[in-house]
Design a protein around this ligand. Structure first.
Ligand code: F6P
Length: 254
């Protein structure tokens, strides 16, 4: 029975790798929309994938959200004692404290017995304040660490769910809806072709920077995210995807 289940997941992994044209997919059993424990499994699988790709020195940029938070919960100290420095991928995106990249970054570093640096910058700033904040030496230093990161761990969300969760202002809400956004990742909203239709103003990792990062891991599960995962990955082929059976089955069907 267990063997049958494992080979079923391997078939799903192979099918999705081909369908999305990406290099690696890991599928864990269950559907995180239905069962909360599945997020822990996503977290565990992500930690394993991270460890396989660590070098002696690592800068790991982490995004926010409940899924990346469960990656942090599953993190343990590195058996090979490699250097792990954690940074938030981007500044605040309007999430609750426990879902913010800063919080998750600090937790992950503590669980890994690693080090961390945080971005102390408010979520919503006027354009002028934002421009001057970016020039602050302490912020600049963390931004340059972020741009030098060797690994990025991020979530993917459904566009509407994320826009609502962030209490997006009405004019941006209209823009997100009228441009048919279906996916969201680290502050960018994408349509079904994977094109950027809206972007939240914040410091740190920008979409174009991702291409230069050696190892990019997206962790997102649940059948309700299938459409978002598919859209986002159209323009991000060098991403490793950690997902669950719920999203995987829906992805294969679509
Ligand atoms: O807001 C941060 C973020 O990483 C988003 O970019 C992403 O869409 C979302 O969180 C995922 O959150 P969750 O894992 O809770 O679905």
């Amino acid at each position: 029975e267990v063997m049958k289940e494992i080979s079923g997941l391997k078939i799903l992994e192979a099918g999705i790798t081909e369908k999305l044209g990406i290099s690696k997919v890991v599928v864990v059993p269950g559907d995180s929309d239905q069962s909360p424990w599945v997020k822990k499994e996503l977290g565990r699988a992500c930690v394993t994938t991270m460890r396989d790709r660590f070098h002696q020195d690592n800068i790991i940029a982490v995004a926010g959200g409940t899924t990346v938070s469960s990656v942090a919960e599953m993190m343990t100290p590195d058996a090979k004692n490699r250097n792990l420095l954690f940074v938030p991928a981007r500044g605040g995106l309007g999430e609750k404290v426990q879902n913010q990249a800063n919080t998750i970054c600090a937790t992950m570093a503590e669980k890994a017995s690693g080090n961390y640096r945080l971005l102390h910058i408010p979520d919503s700033l006027s354009h002028e304040s934002y421009q001057s904040m970016k020039e602050e030496p302490s912020i600049k230093e963390v931004i340059s660490l972020i741009k030098d990161s060797s690994m990025v761990i991020h979530g993917i969300g459904d566009a509407k769910t994320m826009a609502e969760r962030r209490k997006t202002a009405p004019e941006n809400m209209n823009k997100i809806e009228s441009s048919h956004a279906v996916a969201e990742a680290f502050g960018y909203y994408f349509n079904s072709a994977g094109e950027v239709v809206h972007k939240v103003q914040t410091v740190g990792m920008q979409l174009a920077d991702l291409e230069k990062i050696e190892c990019v891991i997206a962790v997102a599960g649940g059948a309700s995210k299938a459409r978002a995962i598919q859209a986002y990955l159209k323009k991000a082929p060098h991403t490793i995807l950690i997902t669950d059976e719920g999203a995987a089955k829906e992805l294969i069907r679509e």
